[in-house]
Ligand binder design. Structure first.
Ligand code: FES
Ligand SMILES: [Fe+2]
Length: 400
């Protein structure tokens, strides 16, 4: 048992406990997190705009599975486990590509973009082999906020089965059905943002990627979430951010308050940029109360969304091991900002620095998770108490 009453204050103090250090280092716990959290929940994996034309595909990792995400000719975006049905080789062996079919490089089994097996050496002499049955295994897909979200739960369907599910109005109920997107992803957004419409005001779906940065962080994914959820560290490690948002120097993150809280720009600040200078034009549909404000939400298990008046910063996390996590961060702007090559460098630089500062802190913490000094874990101060709810959720999911 790693967890004992995570939401109960440590006796006689205003502190709450954290999980024990082993929760951040143990390979068996990490395996359970992969199985019970990342492989059972919806994960945002890539921007829809990155698969613009039929035949374009990318490979992504979710939990312990590698997935092909492809734009088909007839069926929009689909996703498959990247496992050849013949003898198991990876069908796509690079990060991205464009092709008319998906052909395995081992014995040349060839799959349509829609997943069915369409050709294989000597296949015509094996008429008993059902090409639908031996198609690539499909993965559940949703598009929302301009991202492709996937869930590998079940993922045992052949293309023929998933077509039947689609005709019935969605994935079939039962063990292979993914959790309701509305009751998980969208509900998280409305819990933390008031209502989904408040986020829709930013028009995230229609924005374009101005910049993507990829960070390899030598830290457990939970340290990164915990860091993102609190601002107790802001005064210490984020000089540029607290200059733009002075209230962060008091240590209360916008996620720490009970009400939906947008953090205000400083009086002299013109925009959410590294030096507080003006950004680009505000997104047209934001509400008056969203102007000159910063909001941050965590969509468990692997998305962080930050909104400011003129852009949206969207993080996706991919845990690789108990002590290594890849984080991809997109800076999203209005299409005309990208098309007219407006200067977004000062906007990108602000949160890029925040990212580097945060990830360095996480990396300096990770090695000490296995110290005897942290065998029983650490402590959460009152402005971090909301993290206890995350810890309890985590413990419930992995059955600790
Ligand atoms: S393993 Fe793919 S064709 Fe044989
Ligand atoms: Fe931070």
């Amino acid at each position: 048992m790693i967890i004992d009453q995570l939401d109960t204050p440590l006796s006689g103090t205003s502190l709450k406990p954290t999980p024990a250090g082993s929760a951040y280092t143990d390979a068996e716990i990490f395996r359970r997190e992969q199985a019970e959290i990342f492989e059972k929940m919806w994960n945002a994996v890539l921007r829809v705009e990155s698969l613009a034309s039929p035949g374009q595909w990318r490979t992504v990792t979710v939990g312990r599975e590698e997935i092909i995400v492809v734009r088909t000719r007839k069926a929009g975006i689909k996703a498959y486990l990247n496992v050849c049905r013949h003898r198991g080789m990876r069908v796509c062996t690079t990060a991205e590509g464009r092709s008319k079919t998906l052909q395995c490089g081992y014995h040349a089994w060839t799959y349509a973009l829609e997943g069915e097996l369409v050709a294989a050496p000597n296949l015509t002499s094996m008429p008993d082999v059902d090409r639908g049955e031996y198609g690539l295994k499909t993965v559940h897909v949703r598009e929302w906020l301009g991202y492709v979200w996937v869930c590998v739960t079940g993922s045992a369907g052949s293309p023929a089965q998933s077509a039947a599910d689609g005709a019935a109005g969605g994935a079939s109920p039962g063990p292979s059905a993914p959790p309701s997107f509305e009751e998980t992803v969208m509900a998280e957004v409305s819990t933390r943002f008031g209502e989904v419409q408040s986020l829709q005001n930013y028009g995230v779906e229609g924005l374009r990627v101005g910049e993507t940065r990829r960070y390899e962080v030598a830290a457990n994914w939970k340290l990164i979430i915990e860091n993102f959820m609190e601002c107790y560290h802001c005064a210490t490690i984020h000089p540029e951010l607290t200059e733009v948002i002075p209230e962060f120097a008091e240590g209360w993150a916008s996620q720490a308050k009970d009400e939906i809280h947008g953090a205000s720009f400083g009086a002299q600040v013109q925009g959410f940029t590294v030096d507080g200078s003006a950004g680009v034009a505000a997104l047209p549909a934001i509400a008056p109360e969203q102007d000159r404000k910063y909001y941050a939400i965590t969509v468990r298990p692997q998305v962080f969304i930050n909104t400011v008046p003129d852009h949206v910063i969207f993080h996706r996390m991919y845990p690789i091991s108990a002590s290594k996590t890849i984080v991809e961060c997109d800076w999203l702007f209005l299409p005309e900002v990208i098309e007219q090559r407006m200067d977004i460098s000062r906007s990108v630089e602000l949160f890029h620095r925040v990212n580097l500062q945060d990830f360095e802190a996480c990396e300096q913490t990770q090695p000490n998770m296995s110290s005897r000094a942290y065998e029983e874990g650490g402590a959460l101060v009152p402005s971090e108490h909301h993290i206890a709810e995350f810890h309890q959720w985590w413990a419930d999911r992995i059955g600790s």
